[in-house]
Design a protein around this ligand. Structure first.
Ligand code: NI
Length: 256
């Protein structure tokens, strides 16, 4: 059984065939996933999904792209919603200096406030870091954000930085990028992460793994990333499924 640690199935790209897509996930033995609530609308839809399906879990957070809409009212709203037993983490939160859809100061502020929220609630965090590696680590340290564990999602940093993240108690999640022929740096990092800190994800509908690259991604395809990870680490397919499943349950604090 596979665990997709980061999906966005509330995305409108699934509106036409969401039920079929969820069935394909189960058929591919992807029997749990976490849907990431990353703005007020997707948080609402995430709550609908986790109420409806017992095998789907969720998070609440404000993505760095939308950091400019951060407010104290949202803090209060998220604090309340995070008490739902199937909301497992605060995220995705962080910094995106590639797109800079929100001004960097507002990204930093929303990131810091949400780390504080996670601390207040003693919950793990899910981190989005795009071209802001050093600063993400520094803010986590300054805000004591490592305390309750968490995940660097869709990891794109170096093996050295991965070691620093692991040393601070976090987990590292790899997306379908792992299967791309031009992703030597990502594979190098994935080869170096301790087995008990490895996670896999789709980040669907984005970043489909080979052989689906370029098409819409969905949770069923996380098995392809798992296959690539098993080959990279010299382990069996089922062994990798078990390792990443157990890691996901541990970081998200749910029973196996
Ligand atoms: Ni995401």
């Amino acid at each position: 059984m596979w665990f997709d640690t980061h999906a966005h199935v509330d995305n409108t790209q699934f509106d036409e065939d969401r039920e079929d897509m969820l069935r394909r996930a189960q058929d591919a033995a992807v029997t749990r996933f976490v849907n990431i609530g990353c703005d007020p609308r997707s948080v609402r839809r995430t709550l609908e999904l986790i109420e409806r399906y017992d095998w789907i879990y969720g998070t609440v957070g404000l993505h760095p792209h939308d950091a400019k809409s951060w407010s104290d009212a949202l803090y209060n709203e998220y604090r309340e919603l995070a008490s739902h037993p199937k909301i497992l983490a605060i995220g995705e939160i962080g910094l995106d200096f590639h797109y800079d859809y929100s001004p960097r100061d507002e990204q930093r502020l929303a990131f810091r406030r949400q780390i504080r929220l996670a601390k207040e609630l003693a919950m793990p965090v899910t981190i989005h870091d795009r071209e802001a590696h050093r600063e993400c680590l520094d803010i986590l340290t300054e805000e004591e954000g490592w305390a309750n564990g968490g995940i660097f999602h869709c990891y794109s940093g170096s093996a050295e930085m991965a070691a620093e993240i692991v040393k601070n108690g976090f987990y590292i999640s790899f997306s379908g990028v792992l299967t791309f022929s031009n992703a030597a740096k990502v594979r190098k990092a994935a080869a170096a992460v301790p087995l008990d800190r490895l996670l896999i994800e789709t980040d669907c509908p984005y970043l489909s793994p080979h052989p689906y690259r370029g098409k819409r991604n969905e949770p069923a395809y996380v098995a392809e990333t798992g296959r690539a990870m098993a080959e990279l680490r010299g382990l069996g397919y089922e062994e990798m499924a078990k390792i990443t499943w157990e890691n996901a349950c541990r970081v998200y604090r749910i029973p196996l």
